[in-house]
Design a protein around this ligand. Structure first.
Ligand code: B16
Ligand code: MG
Length: 215
């Protein structure tokens, strides 16, 4: 392919904020009187905040009104923001900076395509904002992954066609979003979960631009 842009999911690809999301959701579940496991948490990856809450409530067999749901989501987000407010560049996942620098050296544009409304705060904490030409996050989009909106907006802001872009994703919903958007995608994580991606890698450490161009 003629590679002109790479769009990175944030949580789970560039940083491991999934653990902070989990800590906050588990705390909410505990307050609601049930246990939320790491396994249950898999289904929340890449999913928007309100959709995550729906899954959590279903897991615990809890019903709530729309107003209560808003309050529960805000409560969870308060804890989550507290957890991520102390993030530093030490938390950037291995290989990320190397790959971003290599892409930029080749004139390939870089972007963030995240469902999170807290992406800006995370990027500031890890001081990586300037490594991305475009940033599309949960504040800019209306439709959550697996809808391709987040990645299509990223390509559009880069002035590129979807077919010229590669998406890096750690979540099934994100892989589906990339496919729906007509983009190649690299799954970052386990092949069992991300088998629909064009290539699955354990992390960003070893991937080369040549491998990406061959997709
Ligand atoms: P927030 P990503 C996603 O980020 C997370 O994977 C997902 O677990 C979270 O619920 C979602 O952002 C919304 O995050 O509550 O901070 O708006 O993986 O798309 O970068
Ligand atoms: Mg993710």
């Amino acid at each position: 392919m003629e590679l002109k842009g790479c769009i990175f999911d944030l949580d789970g690809v560039i940083v491991d904020t999934a653990k902070y999301h989990f800590m906050a959701w588990r705390r909410l579940a505990k307050e609601l009187g049930f246990v939320f496991t790491l396994e249950d948490n898999e289904a929340l990856k890449g999913v928007s905040r309100m959709a995550s809450l729906e899954i959590l409530l279903k897991t615990g067999g809890v019903t709530a009104s729309d107003k209560e749901k808003e309050q529960l989501a805000a409560r969870k987000n308060g804890w989550y923001v507290e957890f991520i407010s102390g993030m530093t560049p030490d938390e950037i996942l291995p290989g990320s900076i190397r790959l971003l620098k290599a892409l930029r050296k080749e004139g390939i544009l870089t972007g963030i395509g995240s469902a999170s409304k807290n992406a800006g705060m995370i990027l500031d904490g890890i001081r990586l904002r300037e490594m991305f030409d475009v940033i599309v996050d949960g504040n800019k989009i209306h439709k959550a992954k697996p809808d391709p909106e987040v990645f299509l907006r990223g390509a559009e802001e880069m002035n590129l066609q979807p077919s010229e872009c590669i998406v890096f994703e750690d979540a099934q919903a994100g892989i589906e979003a990339a496919i729906a958007g007509g983009m190649k995608c690299v799954g970052v994580g386990s092949p069992e979960l991300l088998g629909r991606a064009d290539l699955v890698i354990p992390d960003l450490r070893k991937i080369t631009i040549k491998q990406l161009r061959n997709l």
